[in-house]
Design a protein around this ligand. Sequence first.
Ligand code: IMP
Length: 373
Amino acid sequence: MIQVLDKSFEVFITKEELSKEIATLGDQISKDYKDGDLVFLSVLNGAFMFTSDLMKNITIDCEVSFVKMSSYSGVESKGKVDELIGLNGDLSGRDIVIVEDIVDSGLTIDKIISLLETSNAASVKVCTLLYKPDAFTGQKRPDYVGFSIPNAFVVGYGLDYDQKGRNLDMIYQVREQKKPNKDMLNIVLFGPPGAGKGTQSERLRDKYGLVHISTGDVFRALDSESELGKLAKSYSDHGNLVPDEITIKILESEVSKHPEAKGVIYDGFPRTTAQAEALDKFLAAKGTEVSMMLSLVVAEDELKTRLIARAEVSGRKDDADPKIIQNRINTYNNSTAPVADFYKSQGKLSQINGVGTIDDISDRLYSAINSAE
Ligand code: IMP
């Protein structure tokens, strides 16, 4: 695989395939014009390499002239072409073979042919190395074709991508990037400990038919005797973050358990910018992306009151001890809060007031989701 500017390309036609096919074209043209008066009109810039190799395989007398039309500046045909430059010498009574690197829409060839109408040439034919039949909308189909190829952008062997890549000695095809699946609803539910992420996640899960993955729950459910379980517990019991590489591995394995999910609520993940980057990469490989981050905003005093009250019901060790609570809030402010900036820079952050009744907060979340869809 190679990179030309912002795009990746993979080998499409090798050097060996090119020389074999060009030799065949040369033989054919040499036979067809053995009694003719052959002039090649090579269309610059793209056809220079092809013309050079084609000429080496022509075994009859011939001439070559280089002409120039406007060329591409992006990956799609402009659909309009300029004047033909460099056309000199008398072509009347002569047999013209226009040499193109590629016939795509066919507009360039049609224009050249119409400009040659007044030349009184004996015949005009077209030889192209590459032909995209699916993109062709022109009048004149090429007479000699090296390779008929699908309608995908190619580069190399004279063909360019924004003027780069002409020097490559074989043909490369653009590598299609998977487009994110916008139908999947992947929500990062964010907020400090005690903000109500767990409660609201369950509601979002039920309303939108999503899978709820809470890394905290996953850690707590890990077998406390397993190595991973012991390791995760040694961090989370003290209000510290479980290291990124462990968290990412666990998260990926949880997500992979739900291949048919319509979407996922990530609760308690990502907790660091490194985890957010890992999640982006992981989802991109699956052809999807984070749809939005919903960040529940709750003042610190309110958080502490909620956590102490929750400890009475849940028995969670990390909720009962004010020192551990403070450590969790500090960790959130120092390591986790910057994750919001990560999503903000992608235009995916919605701040939601996390104070009020559970129903009020749910309604705020629903309307943020619905207005983003
Ligand atoms: P047309 O659409 O047949 O008129 O092609 C015009 C020109 O577009 C060609 O001579 C090439 O310079 C350029 N072109 C068309 N398809 C590609 C491609 O896949 N890669 C690079 N250039 C292309």
